[in-house]
Design a protein around this ligand. Sequence first.
Ligand code: ADP
Length: 181
Amino acid sequence: MKATICGQTLELVEGDITKQRVDAIVNAANSRLAGGGGVDGAIHRGGGPEIMAETDRLHPDGCPTGSAVISCAGRLPAKHVIHAVGPVWSGGRRGEPDLLAGAHRRCLELAVEHDCRSIAFPAISTGVYGYPLDQAARVAIQTAIQFLQEQGRPELVRFVLFGRPAYDEFAAALTELAPPS
Ligand code: ADP
């Protein structure tokens, strides 16, 4: 599914983030950038030790929740990995939506700063961090639409959803939130 926002493309696909041929892929990292399971495990396995070596060197203090940092992508087809730290869900009253939006916005800013024309996101925080998929989808899509409306870049923002239920939630959010073209 695709939408056009200010001439740029917002796209949803079902698939594996590590296989994406885009300028930057986003990792759902933890604030110590210590590696973990889920998307993070898949990215470090696929990209090899170079990614962790670079994050350790450039970002030894990790990354605060609600923000993101960038590294190389090792052996992956992307040029960069942007490590985003989404919030752990704890009921929704501890600023989770703002933190999740902030993490997405920082990824988009870093992509633009590094001349990336395309970026692919997973559904940050919706795995072990427990953020309800329907709510996370709305925050993610809304933040991407707003950024494209304000900045007119990057050319392609793709959400890569792991499995049909995640795809369906993002599709519902995009249908609801995309401005009519
Ligand atoms: P978090 O700790 O931010 O919740 P997880 O990695 O546990 O991060 O999960 C985030 C989302 O990424 C989940 O919806 C999960 O299904 C999905 N996911 C797991 N592996 C992949 C992958 N290889 N590509 C894309 N999405 C993935």
